[in-house]
Design a protein around this ligand. Structure first.
Ligand SMILES: *Cc1c(COP(=O)(O)O)cnc(C)c1O
Length: 357
């Protein structure tokens, strides 16, 4: 039996997309691929509000997160860490042999513009990484305010992971001055995993050209050269690019404003359902994510048992990530989800735990 996914990634994939992936194969050096690549990258530029370069990488998000560090960190990187994925990014930066410091915030707290300003004012850093939406804790950091601070540091590469937020709300990449914006497609894009998208500003490409040890697979300069011919350095995951082509069409058919509005509505719906039942938010209310809700286990539910029972009823449920497993649980509300999907989950929860009715 398929368990319907309410975990924060991968998420449920619409049947139209699964069908698109079954299209016959083409060669990536054929003109049919160049057409597909050109169409998809144009659509992405519109969605991301960017006129800079947009690249397609065949990997999970961490492939490009590592690649960005290898390409853009020259002297020293400030890794802003407020959860499991940002902690890991610091670890990845060190493993790439880069000089880097972790600037840590308690789990459940956002990255703040004040901290960014203070840390970068030291003049020690030529690059910074941060995660817009920390999926492990359900915290969305104030990206526009941080971007405002970043204007004071034009020589510091602004590298942002939007893995679990891109497309769910407006993230205007150029206006925010992001040098490299990175995301995988298995979260808010609701595609199967294996494809990552990233942008590179002119400044980022200039920096990359001066940095040694970029490797090959994620070399931004190789991506730029190939993209100029609507191509990729090595064979891309063509079936997933068919899926992305289909999903971009679906997103523009829904309308971006409607898509953002739907995510906002779903977030409010889940928060309300939980609040009505006495569950408290793990993050401070003003920093709650638009795409998943991370709740404290305020009703002392046996979460591993709930997860097991929901699994038997056909629902995949998340009982917390890393060190806050059991203490918190997460409900995803991203991608193609609707209120009706959430109602199915809520009904199943109440059937298992009638005291939450
Ligand atoms: C899921 C996730 C990642 C990791 O993505 P992979 O595709 O598994 O490499 C990184 N950052 C955030 C914010 C995520 O939610």
């Amino acid at each position: 039996m398929h368990k319907k996914l309410f975990i924060p990634g991968p998420v449920e994939v619409h049947a139209d997309i699964l069908n698109a992936m079954a299209s016959p194969m083409i060669g990536h050096r054929m003109k049919e691929y160049a057409e597909l690549h050109g169409r998809v990258t144009s659509g992405l530029k519109e969605l991301l509000f960017t006129n800079e370069r947009v690249f397609l990488a065949t990997s999970s998000a961490f492939g490009v997160m590592e690649g960005a560090v290898r390409n853009l960190v020259g002297t020293r990187c400030a890794n802003f860490c407020n959860g499991a994925f940002s902690d890991k990014w610091h670890d990845v930066t060190l493993r790439c042999g880069k000089q880097a410091d972790a600037i840590r915030f308690d789990w459940g707290k956002p990255v703040t513009p004040e901290a960014v300003e203070e840390v970068l004012s030291s003049g020690k850093y030529d690059s910074m990484t941060m995660i817009h939406n920390e999926t492990s804790t359900g915290v969305m950091s104030p990206l526009p305010e941080i971007a405002e601070v970043m204007r004071k540091f034009p020589d510091v590469m602004f590298i942002v992971d939007t893995v679990s937020s891109m497309s769910a709300l407006k993230i205007p990449v150029d206006e925010l001055g992001i040098d490299s914006c990175i995301f995988g497609v298995q979260k808010a894009f609701a595609l199967p995993p294996g494809l990552a998208v990233f942008t590179a500003s002119e400044k980022a490409l200039k920096r990359a050209a001066s940095v040694e040890g970029r490797g090959y697979y994620f070399d931004f300069i190789e991506f730029a050269a190939n993209d100029a011919k609507n191509n990729t350095p090595s064979t891309p995951c063509i079936s997933l690019i068919y899926a992305l082509d289909c999903q971009l069409r679906r997103m523009f058919a829904e309308g971006l404003e409607n898509r953002w509005g739907r995510h906002n509505d779903l977030a409010g719906y889940v928060r309300g359902w939980l609040t009505d039942r006495g569950f408290e938010s793990f993050p401070a209310p003003e920093y709650r994510s638009q795409t998943l809700t991370c709740s404290r286990n305020s009703r002392a539910v046996d979460l591993s048992n709930l997860k097991k029972s929901l699994g038997e009823a056909g629902f995949a449920f998340d009982d917390g990530y890393g060190k806050i497993k059991g203490e918190t649980f997460r409900i995803a509300h991203m991608g193609d989800m609707t209120r009706a999907d959430l109602d199915e989950l809520f009904t199943a929860i109440i059937t298992i735990l009638p005291e939450l009715a």
